[in-house]
Design a protein around this ligand. Structure first.
Ligand code: PAF
Length: 282
């Protein structure tokens, strides 16, 4: 496995791979990898000849009061896991190379970044699209794989790829869950064992909504949201709900009644940790 730390070297390596006719798969990450990330690497390997995994905790996608400084890191462990998952190349750029002192260019998707996560984290997606555009430019992938857990992010990046004519196939891979259903996330590490048990409330609430839709033909999203709120507060008394939203999967427009292609997304603060999750309702 090759580890590359310089942007110029990464550009040269991707050009070489392309000139040899190799298909490049990209998996951008912020490190502290778990099974969810590894599933993206395995998925990328199925669609390419060389998988580049990037590790970069991207400062521009964190808000001023968010967890940039304490975001968990474990480069050694990550390299071991990427190798085991079948990764070929790991790109680990320095923050000062990605954002030099005179950096002043950002990439921003408009419409669909204004709702859900975007409404609560106003500068987040601008940071995500800027770093991913830079990683696309540096690694020149044929395919890039993102996780469905960050559903809105995946849709925003698809939009960016379309709008900016990146010849890249964006694959969205299913969420990987812990045994109790909690979506895998590097942030789950912040919980102590008792808090961790209560973190299952996101999954339980989504499951409840889906059961009401499937088994009880309940489609009114106001009623479903209320039922979800009750489940969340029963499992975790102190949970703060940022949003529970039912939207059309493609357009992200809110829906009043659940129908085909409707997804429920939610963001909750538990013990100072903000988690997101989602589930298709039909
Ligand atoms: O999903 C993430 O981990 C990040 O948002 C990404 C796509 C690696 C960009 O920093």
């Amino acid at each position: 496995m090759i580890v590359v730390r310089s942007i110029k070297k990464m550009q040269a390596l991707s050009r070489k791979l392309a000139s040899e006719g190799k298909k490049i798969g990209l998996v951008p990450t912020m490190g502290f990898l778990h099974e969810g990330h590894l599933s993206l690497i395995k998925r990328a390997a199925k669609h390419s000849d060389a998988v580049i995994t990037t590790i970069f905790v991207n400062p521009t996608q964190f808000g001023p009061n968010e967890d940039l400084n304490k975001y968990p890191r474990d480069e050694k462990g990550d390299l071991r896991k990427i190798k085991q998952a079948g990764g070929d190349i790991v790109f680990i750029p320095k923050a000062t190379d990605i954002y030099p002192g005179d950096f002043q260019t950002y990439v921003a998707v408009e419409g669909i970044t204004k709702t859900l996560e975007g409404a609560h984290r106003p500068t987040h997606f601008r940071g995500v699209t800027t770093i991913v555009a830079k990683l696309f430019n540096t690694t020149r992938p044929d395919v890039a794989v993102f996780g469905l857990k960050d559903y809105q992010q995946a849709m925003v990046l698809k939009q960016m790829a379309r709008d900016l004519d990146y010849p890249i196939k964006i694959i969205v891979a299913p969420t990987v869950r812990e045994k109790d259903g909690l979506a895998m996330s590097s942030r789950n590490k912040y919980f102590n064992p008792e808090q961790r048990k209560q973190a299952v409330c996101l999954y339980k609430a989504l499951q409840r909504a889906r059961t009401l839709v499937k088994n009880h033909r309940m489609t009114k999203t106001t009623v479903l949201s209320r039922a979800m709120g009750q489940i969340i507060r029963t499992i975790c008394r102190t949970a703060e709900i940022d949003y529970i939203a039912f939207t059309d999967f493609e357009s992200l427009r809110p829906v009043k009644k659940v129908k085909k292609n409707c997804i429920c997304s939610l963001a909750i603060r538990l013990f100072g940790v903000r988690l997101i999750d989602n589930m298709k309702m039909m």
